[in-house]
Design a protein around this ligand. Structure first.
Ligand SMILES: [Zn+2]
Length: 161
């Protein structure tokens, strides 16, 4: 366990408050998140899976999307993701894609599993070879698909990320 500064503690408490408020308002599961950079809250997010029928509408994903729109950049480099619960594999991956500097969380994936949100299964699946996963994955090589990658490399105005 790590000690947070008083300011950091307030940010984490805000993520937890969001999880409670929007869970009670019927938005979705009990999860909240905020993105902070240079002491400024860029965006807040909460789980909206059941209210929007979007299985990817987790608190962290929503906060990352809002923060990026807010700053007009696909990178959240220098930012901290405060979340009421340890991110699931999807949100953890999104945090990596967004290049956040740090993740601070309150509840753990074990706490989440106890109330019916079992991320461990997905963490286990990620670690397996594609052919060994619960969802069948078929690798079908395509010359055209490879050609598109070559075209990307040759695209003069490509924006790297
Ligand atoms: Zn998630």
């Amino acid at each position: 366990m790590t000690q947070l500064t008083p300011e950091e503690s307030r940010f984490l408490a805000r993520a937890v408050a969001l999880s409670r408020k929007h869970m009670h308002q019927g938005a979705g599961g009990p999860f909240g998140a905020i993105i902070v950079r240079d002491g400024k809250v860029l965006a807040e997010g909460w789980n909206e899976v059941t209210s929007t029928n979007d299985p990817t509408a987790h608190a962290e994903i929503n906060a990352i999307r809002k923060a990026c729109r807010q700053i007009g950049d696909f990178s959240l480099s220098g930012a901290t993701l405060y979340t009421s619960c340890e991110p699931c594999p999807m949100c953890l991956a999104a945090a990596y894609w967004a290049r956040v500097d740090r993740i601070v969380y309150a509840n753990t994936r074990i706490h989440a599993a106890v109330i019916g949100f079992d991320d461990q299964h997905i963490y286990d699946e990620v670690a397996r070879e594609p052919g060994d996963r619960e969802i069948p994955m078929l690798h079908v090589p395509s010359e055209e698909a490879r050609a598109v990658f070559e075209e990307w490399l040759g695209k003069a105005d490509r924006v790297e990320y």
